[in-house]
Design a protein around this ligand. Sequence first.
Ligand code: INI
Length: 181
Amino acid sequence: MTVFEGNFTEDISSWRFAIVIGRFNDLVTDKLLSGCQDCLKRHGVDVNPDGTQVDYIWVPGSFEVPMVARQVALSHRYDAVICLGAIIRGQTPHFDYVAAEAAKGIAAAAFQTGVPVVFGILTTDTLQQALERAGIKSNLGWNYGLSALEMASLMRQLRPRDENKPLELLENNPQQALIEG
Ligand code: INI
C-alpha cells in the first residue's frame, strides 16, 4: 500500500495561495494574517502582495468569507485558499448564525471545488480569548498557513495526472489511478 501525506520539502516557488480575510474584528484578523504570512514566508513563499504567489482578498466579515472563498477556489488558480476571520460572542444569538454559516460555507467551498480551503476562523467567547490565539500566547494564523501548505502538497499528490482518464480509473481502482496518473 502507499502512504499519501503532505510534505514541506518541495519546491513551491510556483504555488499560489489566496487569503480571504474578514475585516470585522480586524484587531484580531490583522494578527492572524501576520502569523499566516510569517509561516508561508518561512516555508519559502513570496508573500508580497505585489508578487505572484499570494493574493489577498478582504471582505466585510466572516459571513462573507465562504462566498468569496468558493469563487476564488472555482478559478482553480490557487493551490489552497486560506480563510481568516474572528467571530466573538456577544449578547445576542448573532454569533451562532455567523459562525454556523462560516463553517458550513467554507466546508462546502472545499468540497465543491476540490481545492483545499482552510478554516481559519476563530470562534471565541471574548476578545481576550481571540487575542490570545492571535499572537498574545500563540498565533493560530501560523497553523492555518501550515495547514494550507500541507493540504496543497497532499492534493497535488492525489490529483490525477491524466485529465482524460481520472474519473473511470478512480471509480474502478482509485489507488492505481493515483499511482499511474
Ligand atoms: N463578523 C465577524 O467576522 N465576526 C463577528 O464576531 C461578527 N459579529 O459578531 O457580528 C461578524 N458579523 C458581521 C457578519 O460577518 C457580516 O459581515 C454582516 O452580517 C453583513 O453580512
